[in-house]
Design a binder for this molecule. Structure first.
Ligand SMILES: [Cu+2]
Length: 172
């Protein structure tokens, strides 16, 4: 992959991304419905969710991103360990193989928005970027769903990500 191609695509995706959250194409990558969840007052972290489909012939890696309302963004994985939910940064980033769709969702892979600047409220749209090893920085807009949303636009989940113990998982 040459250097100038991602730049051209970056410009294209800027044109193709209006203020509302929607699917974004970045070269061979298709980004589906970026969303986040409303946070309780005073919360310092929130999760970011979306899907990435790789329609190309080479793997790419989601290594991080940015979120206008957060000081820092990490790629995290949540898993069960001895009956306890744990989360930790994904070492080296999240690889999306050719032909695969990787979904970041509550209870699994997610973006962790850290050092939140303010409370996220349902219905807000917050701009950010996704950083890929090859596709580069891809601008996206995250729709803030309800505090108990399990997937974009509907549902509720038993466990509230926002109130979970985030402390230990974030020590490096
Ligand atoms: Cu996390």
């Amino acid at each position: 992959m040459t250097k100038h191609l991602p730049v051209a695509l970056f410009a294209l995706s800027l044109l193709a991304a209006p203020a509302s959250a929607q699917d974004v194409q970045a070269g061979p990558l298709k980004i589906g419905h970026p969303w986040s969840r409303a946070t309780p007052n005073g919360a310092k972290v929130a999760g970011g969710y979306l899907s990435v489909t790789n329609t190309g012939s080479e793997p790419d890696t989601l290594i991080g991103g940015s979120f206008d309302e957060a000081g820092k963004v990490e790629v995290h994985q949540m898993s069960m360990e001895g009956g306890v939910m744990k989360m930790a940064p994904v070492e080296g980033g999240l690889v999306i193989k050719p032909g695969e769709t990787v979904t970041l969702k509550p209870g699994g892979y997610h973006l962790m928005f850290m050092d939140l600047k303010q409370q996220l409220k349902k219905g807000e749209i917050v701009k950010g970027t996704l950083s890929f090893a090859k596709a580069g920085a891809v601008p996206v807009s995250f729709t803030v769903e309800g505090i108990a949303a399990k997937e974009p636009g509907q549902g509720a989940m038993k466990m509230d990500h926002g109130s979970m113990e985030h402390g230990d998982g974030h020590k490096h």
